[in-house]
Every structure is written in C-alpha cells, then in structure tokens.
Design a protein around this ligand. Structure first.
Ligand code: HEM
Length: 134
C-alpha cells in the first residue's frame, strides 16, 4: 500500500521515497499488471482470466488502497483516457474480424520483451491469409 505525506519543504514522501518538488513521477502500469500478487501467473497469456470480472481485486480478495481497481490499462482518476470506450470497441472489432475472416502463420520466431513496454522484439511478423468474410 502506498502512503503519501506532503513534507514542509514541499517534497513528497511516497512510501519510503522522498520525491523532490518539481519531479515528474511515471507510474508503471505494466509493473502492476505483471505482479503475481494481483494476477495469477501474470506473464502467461490467458485471456480467460478476464471472464471473471473480479480480477481487479487482489487474490486474497482485498481491494487496493482507496478501493481503486488494479487493472488500469487506461489510467484512472482525472487523467483517465477519454478514448477508452472507443479503444475497446476498435480492439473488439479488429479481433472479431481477425479470428473469423483470417488465418495466420508465424513468419519468423520472435521474443516477448517487457522493457520499456511489453512488446515483441521484431514486431512478430506473420503471414495472413483471408479465408472467409461476412
Ligand atoms: C487501447 C487503446 C488505448 C489505451 C491502452 C490508452 C491508454 C491511455 C493511458 C494509460 C492514458 C494516460 C492516463 C494518465 O495519464 O494517467 C491515456 C490518455 C489519453 N488517451 Fe488513451 N488509450 C487508448 C486509446 C485512446 C483513444 C482511441 C483516444 C482518442 C481517440 C485516446 C485519447 C487519449 C487522450 C487525449 C489522453 C490524455 C488524457 C489526459 O491527459 O487528460 N486514447 N490513454
């Protein structure tokens, strides 16, 4: 749990870290989303984990401090991504057509890397074949 205390000289004490006034703080959503404490086998591709909508709570059933959700790909609070609904619709439509109208084969082996963001090292090239469409 993160505790923040504003110090008299305007620096901020966040957990055990003193953040000097004027510093920029980058919240690593990836670090939270790959944390085994919150997500079982966090680095395993398992889309079925999202069938259970209680996945925004800890494994022991506790909510994160302040009751905030732990799965936050679109940020949160005042800076919540304003395009989050559009983003979700676009991804749903894309995935629907990808799996219903196309098949694909891996063109060349690739490796998943996690820094600075989660991605495939070489962009995961694939050969796509259109086999059916609405
Ligand atoms: C999968 C798609 C998307 C993801 C994962 C995503 C994620 C994010 C995240 C993490 C933030 C930062 C929140 C913060 O600063 O705490 C953000 C901000 C923002 N996003 Fe998205 N976004 C997506 C799609 C979109 C789309 C489709 C639009 C617009 C059409 C959009 C517009 C914005 C804007 C304008 C901000 C800045 C909000 C602000 O600073 O107040 N995003 N997004």
């Amino acid at each position: 749990m993160l505790k923040s205390i504003e110090k008299p000289n305007s620096s901020l004490l966040l957990s055990d870290y003193t953040i000097p006034k004027g510093c920029k703080v980058f919240a690593s959503f990836r670090a939270v989303h790959l944390d085994e404490h919150y997500f079982e086998e966090a680095r395993t591709f398992n889309p079925w984990r999202w069938m259970n909508h209680t996945n925004n709570i800890t494994k022991d059933g506790g909510q994160q401090a302040g009751g905030a959700p732990i799965f936050t790909p679109f940020g949160g609070g005042q800076r919540l991504c304003p395009g989050y609904e559009l983003g979700r619709v676009e991804i749903s439509v894309f995935l629907h057509y990808l799996v219903t109208c196309f098949s694909w084969e891996v063109a060349e082996k690739d490796k998943l890397v996690f820094f600075p963001t989660t991605r495939m090292r070489n962009g995961y090239p694939i050969h796509v074949r259109r086999h059916r469409c609405l």
